[in-house]
Write a protein of this length. Structure first.
Length: 240
């Protein structure tokens, strides 16, 4: 027969452990930082990092306008495009996102201007909503400055680093592809709508880039080597 004293002590021990676990869970939840949200209008330089072929901090620009009058974004790879096959990485290129879809512009190659993904438009300012806080770690920005960052993990193994103090964007990882963006300083001001105008050529034609199945049975597409294109596609799939 268990004595009343032992039962009382056991009950107190169980209650104490439950209280400790509840406090720990509350502290962990309260310790998670708030998710930064992009400004409705901004531009920023960034460095493109590739493993195939190797590229280190290749200069690029990103423009975003996501307000009541216009929702559009544009990537300018000023020196090297992502690897679309052939000599594409040796030439600059632009990728446009608007209400009609995602467009590729690379006049130095046969792509010229073309529609890559109909209906896949810009990414919303709260794109981090489906991401989860992972931990705090260091990451470099476009200028090589190392920041103490909050690391966020998202669907399809996306990774995103924001400055733990300011919330500013520092780094963007495209799953396990080895493709990164290292962000520079954001210039927050109204973006001229003309920045997002497509070139005065026939951009409505298809890019003719084929989707194929990889060794894991997943569909791949040359333009999905761009992390932002893949992010836009992921958001569009989540909304539908």
């Amino acid at each position: 027969i268990v004595s009343p004293i032992i039962m009382q002590r056991t009950t107190l021990l169980v209650l104490s452990l439950a209280l400790i676990l509840a406090c720990a869970a509350h502290q962990a939840a309260s310790a998670a930082p708030s998710k930064p949200v992009w400004p409705t209008n901004f531009s920023t330089p960034f460095g493109l990092m590739l493993t195939d072929p190797p590229l280190f901090n290749s200069t690029a620009m990103f423009y975003s306008r996501y307000d009541s009058s216009l929702k559009a974004q544009r990537i300018q790879y000023l020196a090297n495009c992502i690897n679309l096959g052939g000599d594409s990485v040796k030439y600059p290129c632009d990728i446009f996102f608007n209400s009609q879809g995602t467009y590729l512009y690379q006049p130095g190659t046969a792509f010229k201007c073309c529609l890559a993904f109909p209906g896949i438009g810009p990414v919303p300012t709260d794109f981090l909503a489906p991401f989860t806080f992972a931990d705090v770690e260091s990451a470099p920005d476009y200028y090589g400055k190392v920041h103490k960052c909050n690391r966020w993990t998202g669907p399809d193994d996306f990774g995103y680093w924001t400055d733990a103090t300011t919330g500013f964007d520092v780094k963007f990882k495209d799953g396990d592809t080895g493709t990164f963006w290292n962000f520079g300083d954001f210039t927050v001001k109204t973006q001229d709508p003309s920045i997002f105008n497509l070139p005065p050529t026939n951009c409505a034609r298809s890019c003719g880039l084929s989707a194929t199945l990889d060794d894991n049975g997943e569909w791949t597409h040359p333009l999905l080597q761009d992390p932002f294109v893949r992010l836009a596609l992921t958001h569009a799939m989540m909304e539908n």
